[in-house]
Design a protein around this ligand. Structure first.
Ligand code: ARE
Ligand code: CA
Length: 605
């Protein structure tokens, strides 16, 4: 897992001629080493067999120490696995991802070259902010849901006053009145924080406050300001340099949806085939998301359903991209399909992605996946996925003080690094850079709460989030210290955003803003490689490097610590003067002092 600082290869231009080259071509790849090698060869897998070609020594590129070797990698399959072999007088060393150990994935810890692929590179440069519209900001009280307008089960749904802490059934199911008008009003706030992307949880016509039970996919809920509020938000956010990704609820519709109503009302209707039916005593007559009656599952064996949502000229996917969305987050991506296995569903996901890309050439499409997403990320379907598995959950398991709901065990720094490396390295670089990294969301407990409201530990998470490979996304309110009133995930993580500034944690906000600024200003963090250099019980560190064609290297070192008192961490860093990108403090020789800020992002002067 730990890097040999003496040797380097990654996906950046000096080391990999180009990314995403078409199948059937070759790509020049290079490695640099200061070790006393007698020869270097490139190994790659072709139809299951390992082949090996000698690398030729070339003139050094740039000023970094070491000798350079080059070889041609034939890219003959969708994903080509390759590795370097360094030969010594009496020995050789295989560099599978420049790690010294084999990871649990063994063979698959080789480098991966992805052919014929374009990534939505704007997303790599973005910092996202997740908004749950009912709870972010009420920009127009006249459009609020009124008490009595909806009924859930046999109880009347209430309008809840903004500052009410979530406590009763009424608050859980209630509507607080947030809307898109409020998001537009908050654009200066978001811009000031440095955010450049928004992920909005569903905004279409729906009875619930979360709106995952969609009645009409073609219109924005009037309680959120309707289609006009969307158009205004798109216009104003573009001016503010902010793009918007929508939540695509494509596994199920709401039970009030016209397609489902038609299917229920008439067994002979064509809509009948868009859902799956069953006749078992005590069960719903149709398949639904976790058997929730309001969420009947769509059956994509039906071509009309595929057309309606994905591929048709007027599909939902196309419609909202045309109307200004920059991409889609796919709700329960692992479920969207034909009822078969995850693998069976991949062709459908490719269809969805193709339609999105036909509409908007750089649309960003990523799935919600709580589990290992590797099999779904071959570049042809989703660009990346929500990175709970390979980032957010393990990071929080390392930071969490208490064993909360989804954290069966705590991790130490070494274990954390092993898990992160394993997940990162299983993916081709463009996919790894397109992963949607989160520490928290509207589905899991707030990160600040899970660390016992310890600001240092939370900031350690934010430091990792802003420094890591993949697209960072923060959750509304976390920047000012919004936490929870009790244990558990939803609904307690969905408190209304306080707009009374006297309730804000200004120090926290200042630090997050600074880290967001560093993320945005540092190319190595957008598109650099990833090498872990250190782990101990309470601290971890990695390098992010981007080496240009001419050899000029941009380098950041990210160090996170969960200990609040001032302490020193000793680690090996490439030689030079390292400057804290936020405070300006300078460190030499790899002795770095850490404090209550939870970590540092250092740049090589
Ligand atoms: C509501 C209540 C729940 C109640 C449920 C059933 O809040 O307390 O249990 O109703 O009556 C949306 C709403 C939810 C709503 C749900 C059903 O946001 O508030 O729940 O609809 O009406 C798993 C899935 C993951 C999924 C989560 C919810 O793998 O994909 O469960 N996430 C998406 C969205 C949700 C949304 C839906 C799906 C449905 O992001 O917001 O719910 O469209 C562990 C497990 C995971 C589990 C995860 C979170 O990590 O391993 O499998 O995710 O926890 O619970
Ligand atoms: Ca409102």
């Amino acid at each position: 897992i730990f890097t040999l600082l003496s040797t380097q290869h990654d996906h950046t231009p000096a080391y990999t001629e180009r990314l995403g080259a078409p199948m059937g071509t070759t790509v020049r790849v290079r490695v640099r080493t200061t070790l006393p090698v007698t020869g270097v060869s490139l190994k790659f897998v072709r139809v299951g067999e390992i082949e090996s070609v000698p690398a030729r020594e070339i003139d050094p590129i740039g000023a970094e120490p070491g000798r350079w070797f080059e070889a041609d990698l034939p890219v003959h399959e969708g994903r080509v696995r390759y590795a370097w072999q360094l030969d010594f007088l009496n020995d050789h060393l295989n560099l599978t991802g420049l790690g010294l150990h084999r990871t649990r994935r063994g063979f698959r810890s080789w480098f991966t070259y992805l052919t014929g692929h374009t990534a939505p590179e704007w997303a790599w440069e973005s910092v996202f902010y997740q908004i749950f519209p009912d709870r972010f900001r009420n920009g127009d009280p006249t459009n609020d849901v009124q008490t009595g307008e909806y009924v859930y089960g046999d109880r009347v749904v209430e309008h809840v006053a903004w500052n009410t802490p979530i406590d009763s059934w009424g608050d859980i199911h209630g509507h607080y009145g947030g809307d898109l008008n409020g998001v537009t009003q908050a654009l200066p706030y978001l811009q000031d924080l440095g955010v450049t992307g928004l992920w909005l949880t569903p905004i279409f016509v729906s009875p619930s406050n979360h709106r995952y039970d969609i009645t009409d996919y073609r219109h924005v809920d009037p309680h959120l300001g309707g289609d006009e509020a969307w158009d205004e938000l798109v216009r104003e956010s573009a001016k503010a340099g902010i793009r918007i990704v929508l939540d695509g609820v494509f596994n199920h519709v709401g039970n009030e949806n016209a397609l489902f109503r038609a299917a229920v009302d008439d067994e002979l209707s064509p809509e009948r085939a868009m859902f799956t039916w069953r006749d078992e005593p005590g069960k719903l007559p149709y398949h639904a998301f976790f058997d929730v009656p309001t969420l009947p599952k769509i059956d994509y064996r039906n071509e009309t359903a595929v057309q309606e949502f994905f591929s048709g000229e007027e599909s939902v996917v196309r419609h909202w991209l045309r109307r200004g969305a920059a991409g889609w987050r796919l709700d329960v991506a692992h479920m969207i399909g034909t009822g078969g296995t995850d693998e069976d569903n991949l062709p459908l996901h490719r269809t969805l992605k193709r339609a999105a890309r036909e509409e908007t050439a750089d649309a960003y499409v990523f799935g919600e996946r709580f589990y290992d997403p590797e099999h779904a990320l071959d570049g042809q379907g989703e660009d990346g996925s929500m990175n709970y598995h390979g980032f957010g959950l393990p990071v929080m398991q390392w930071l969490a003080q208490a064993n909360m709901m989804f954290e069966p065990s705590l991790l130490n720094g070494e274990e954390l690094v092993e898990i992160l490396w394993d997940a990162y390295h299983a993916l081709p670089p463009q996919v790894a850079l397109s992963m949607f990294n989160v520490l928290e969301s509207h589905d899991i407990a707030r990160a600040l709460y899970r660390v016992g409201n310890d600001r240092t530990q939370f900031l350690a998470g934010v430091t990792l989030l802003m420094g890591y490979a993949g697209v960072p996304c923060t959750y509304y309110g976390s920047e000012v210290g919004v936490t929870q009133s009790r244990d558990g995930a939803m609904p307690w993580c969905r408190e209304a955003m306080p707009w009374d500034e006297s309730q804000w944690d200004m120090d926290l906000r200042g630090r997050m803003k600074a880290l967001i600024g560093v993320r945005r200003a540092t190319r190595a963090l957008h598109r650099g490689g990833l090498r872990f250099v250190h782990a101990e019980e309470d601290a971890v560190a990695f390098l992010r490097e981007y080496t240009q064609e001419g050899g000029l290297v941009e380098r950041a070192a990210v160090i996170a610590s969960r200990r609040a008192e001032r302490h020193e961490v000793s680690l090996s860093l490439p030689d030079g003067e390292w400057r804290d990108a936020v405070t300006g403090e300078v460190f030499q020789g790899g002795h770095v002092t850490l404090d209550a800020a939870g970590g540092r992002i250092l740049l090589l002067n």
